[in-house]
Design a protein around this ligand. Structure first.
Ligand code: NAD
Length: 315
């Protein structure tokens, strides 16, 4: 079957690497990257690129029809920390972009949709350890509320209209190619940059803040993995729990010190501490593992080695 992919929000932290991966896999001309802004040279030159506002239904529909798109990956969103600064903007972007894509699928203009949710759907009343797939969900951030609502709509569009929408609840994603875009887990990327540049890091979360995290390569494999799974194996149409590693700032700094012994971390928690405190520490993702064969690969130390090696080349 002919496959044509549209990535919306392709210039972001995850979109950049997803675009690269999918272009390698399916051929550059089959993967149309789009974002509200232009991307880096590699993104613009390696395959088709459209400047596109995910909130503009007509513009989105034109691109879908012109390129005969079959699969959409909707990566545009406003993340947790930025969302708290611009609540209505976050709500409008996160919800309207999702409705636009779900409605295109409902009208049969695309076959399959990927939309990421987040561990931010959980809140202070959720069990913090091995958070189950189905549990109490009382998110306290605008971002978390938008993701939880999005999950409900995804399931609704699947139940009522048969829309083939697939979703995972990403933990904090750690990568070296692009910088993260305003989330609460951003420290776990920044710390590697600062370790190499200054040998010290001032962390905006306290030493004991354990959060679920994942190396980018694992996140991309999960994303493409769920999209390639048999439709019958996707039993959850809200969003799947997904896990890899959990650690706190002290543990990641110890992992860095194995390579840079003089590295030092200090702590100055800010408003993001409260967000982090409302999220789980570890996630039970057994259903993703059972249903469509999810398996993570990277441990904390393996990720540290990859991050430091690749960033060293950059600097
Ligand atoms: P990001 O902020 O790095 O990238 C988002 C991209 O969307 C940016 O390139 C931005 O220019 C683009 N964008 C913003 N408004 C747009 C619009 N109106 N139309 C088109 N594009 C627009 O985000 P990310 O970290 O790559 O996250 C991608 C998805 O994964 C989001 O849905 C996010 O909520 C989810 N997620 C990410 C993480 C993480 O750790 N990165 C964790 C959980 C969930």
């Amino acid at each position: 079957m002919k496959k044509r992919i549209l990535i919306i929000g392709a210039c972001g932290q995850i979109g950049t690497e997803l675009t690269h991966f999918l272009r390698e896999k399916y051929g550059a001309h089959k993967v149309i990257a789009s974002d509200i802004r232009e991307g880096e040279e590699e993104m613009m030159n390696d395959g088709p690129f459209e400047v596109l506002d995910a909130m503009n239904y007509d513009a989105l529909q034109d691109v879908v029809i012109n390129y005969e798109i079959t699969d959409v990956y909707l990566m545009a969103a406003m993340l947790s920390a930025t969302g708290e600064k611009f609540p209505m903007k976050a709500w409008n972007l996160n919800m309207n972009s999702l409705f636009n894509v779900l409605n295109l699928a409902k009208e049969g203009k695309v076959n399959k949709v990927f939309w990421p949710s987040s561990i931010a759907v959980f809140g202070a009343t959720t069990p913090k350890q091995d958070t189950p797939q189905r549990t109490v969900m009382e998110p306290s951030t605008v971002y978390g509320i938008s993701k939880q609502t999005g999950e409900r709509w995804c399931e609704y569009y699947n139940n009522k209209y048969g829309v083939d929408v697939r979703s995972i609840r990403y933990p904090g994603i750690i990568s070296y190619k692009t910088l993260p875009g305003g989330g609460t887990t951003d420290y776990a990327v920044d710390i590697y940059h600062k370790a190499l540049k200054h040998k010290n890091y001032i962390c905006f979360l306290n030493a004991e803040t354990t959060l679920p995290m994942m190396y980018m390569e694992d996140a991309i494999r999960a994303t493409v993995g769920i999209m390639e799974a048999d439709e019958k194996d996707i039993k959850i149409r809200s969003s799947y729990n997904l896990a890899a590693i959990s650690f706190n700032p002290e543990e990641i700094s110890k992992s860095i010190q194995k390579h840079i012994p003089e590295f030092e971390i200090s702590y100055e928690p800010d408003f993001r501490q409260e967000i982090a405190d409302s999220w789980p520490q570890s996630i039970d993702d057994s259903q993703a593992r059972d249903d469509w064969g999810w398996q993570h690969q990277y441990s904390l130390d393996e990720m540290t080695e990859k991050m430091l090696t690749n960033l060293k080349e950059k600097y």
